[in-house]
Design a protein. Structure first.
Length: 268
């Protein structure tokens, strides 16, 4: 855990913010390739504009949803704006970024489904970097475990505070209990999904195929990963808010699959 990466002339450079910056550029460079492969005519500067717009809208949506999910953990009004310290929800970011992307594509008269196929692998590349930032920040931690690759977070971390509040730590403890490195699980799964989606992108026969695959795959993967995490709020039937949102993403994928399949059958 290393919330502050370095100090530059006395100014703290936060690791989480650094990972978000890396994620932005990683998305941009991959988008240049996928857009070219899809035959979409956007200049490099326009692709960068789209990436920046989606990141800003994504961070806004991500932060709003995180605040709504964890409102009791904020002690002051100014804490709501400390994005560089972590505290973002991927599902909120997905909603915010999607709205911005659709508006941008419509304005540029770019086919939304074809562009979405080119964009979703980039989003997951960004997610992989973001989860590294989560690990370094100590958020999105996993459940207590005894697996050999478990990790412990130091005093002052979210995991430490939770275990301390539950009375699980001995007096004078300097670290949390051993937990699943859930952030790295998410990073590995995101990288694997990127590989699958890029493979599919080069072989798809219709627009929307990669988008549908991403919704179906990610919905299932994120639902399963939640069983290893210990930072989300349980809503009903032992499932977390993120699991219900993941079910929604999967449902959207099913609906899109049904609609596009019906349209392809109706096309002579």
């Amino acid at each position: 855990m290393r919330p502050v990466l370095i100090h530059f002339f006395g100014i703290p450079i936060h690791t989480y913010g650094t990972m978000l910056a890396i994620a932005l550029f990683a998305c941009y460079f991959l988008a240049r390739q996928t857009f070219k492969q899809a035959g979409l005519k956007l200049s490099n500067s326009q692709i960068m504009d789209m990436c920046v717009l989606c990141v800003i809208s994504g961070v806004l949506g991500s932060r709003v949803l995180y605040i709504l999910q964890n409102i009791s953990s904020f002690t002051s009004f100014f804490d709501l704006f400390k994005v560089w310290e972590g505290g973002l929800s991927f599902h909120g970011g997905l909603m915010g970024g999607t709205i911005a992307m659709v508006i941008f594509l419509k304005k540029k008269q770019i086919p939304v489904l074809r562009a979405s196929d080119a964009i979703v692998p980039c989003v997951l590349v960004g997610l992989s970097w973001g989860r590294i930032g989560c690990f370094m920040n100590g958020c999105c931690f996993g459940k207590v475990t005894g697996v050999p690759w478990s990790v412990k977070f130091p005093a002052g971390s979210p995991a430490f505070y939770k275990h301390q509040n539950l009375g699980l730590l001995a007096e004078g403890a300097t670290s949390s209990l051993a937990v699943h490195p859930a952030q790295f699980y998410a990073t590995v799964m995101a990288v694997l999904l990127v590989a699958i989606l890029l493979w599919l992108h080069g072989r798809k026969k219709s627009d929307g195929a990669v988008l549908i695959a991403s919704a179906l795959f990610y919905g299932v993967v994120r639902f399963m990963l939640e069983f290893f995490r210990d930072d989300d709020v349980t809503m009903a039937a032992g499932l977390t808010q993120s699991q219900f949102l993941s079910m929604g993403i999967f449902a959207v994928g099913v609906v899109l699959l049904a609609v596009l399949s019906q349209e392809s059958k109706a096309t002579p």
